[in-house]
Design a protein around this ligand. Sequence first.
Ligand code: NAG
Length: 324
Amino acid sequence: MNETNHSRVTEFVLLGLSSSQDLQPFLFFVFSLLYLAILLGNFLIILTVTSDSRLHTPMYFLLANLSFIDICVAFFATPKMIADFLVEQKTISFEACLAQIFSVYLFAGGEMVILVSMAYDHYVAICKPLHYTTIMSRRVCITLVLIPWGVGFIHTTSQLAFTVNLPFCGPNQVDSFFCDLPLVTTLACIDTYVISLLIVLDSGFLSLSSFLLLVVSYTVILITVRSRSSASMAKARSTLTAHITVVTLFFGPCIFIYVWPFSGYSVDKVLAVFYTIFTPILNPVIYTLRNKELKVAMAKLKSRYLKSGQVSAVIRNIPFLEMK
Ligand SMILES: *[C@@H]1O[C@H](CO)[C@@H](O)[C@H](O)[C@H]1NC(C)=O
């Protein structure tokens, strides 16, 4: 990275979520709790799915992988944001800033595509139930897990390629709680209009095409479900509602940001909280509350650990597990 040598900026200053000093302790408290909930909820899903052999099906493997990506999405910026509530001068080194840019597009891209993988799994389960086990072989399942990471990696590499060589020679204030690429590019001391446009098109293309794929598959699924009315379809419908809620919450803010990319950046900052914090917290909540099988497996997990007495103290304090 020779290019960084003749640029004068070695660190960026993050303005954070709120400029109000009085609010910082409160935000520190709230976001610490949210972050803890993200970790507990998602680890619990992974633990439940991996420890119960009846949940070793493509649907739950994909769900556990979604939880893993959720943990990653929450990890790249949130701990730093929380720590930053306690300091007045919120700085981040140039390298850490690049690492955040790399992470956000890798994980957010991966999250978008794994939602498409999950929609495909639903599509096969509901529209081709008789062929489900042949279509969703172990190999297909692993492919459905690997594609999101591959797409995320290509996506983030292409985004980063625009950025690493940008000259930064003065302004270094980023009005957000992490190094948001569209904001960082505006600080470069060359005209970045074309680069900004490419960045927006790149992300816009990925989010819009994932979104369209999701809309198409859910439309097909909904049409299929409507024409049947057995009890198993009621279950399918409840899973589907959960899934559509998650998709709307994740894509809503993303598409809003990229359709109005050059609008108010403080709006973007609030929307970024949605996909970095609210989505990772809502996935486990939505899936556990509406999923009977998962609840049963968690109850079993609870009694098993309580009997062995090992982590009983920890498990007893997890509200998700408190069910009749
Ligand atoms: C992700 O999916 C793969 C393939 O189905 C599975 O083997 C793995 O256990 C899953 N990962 C997690 C964290 O559950």
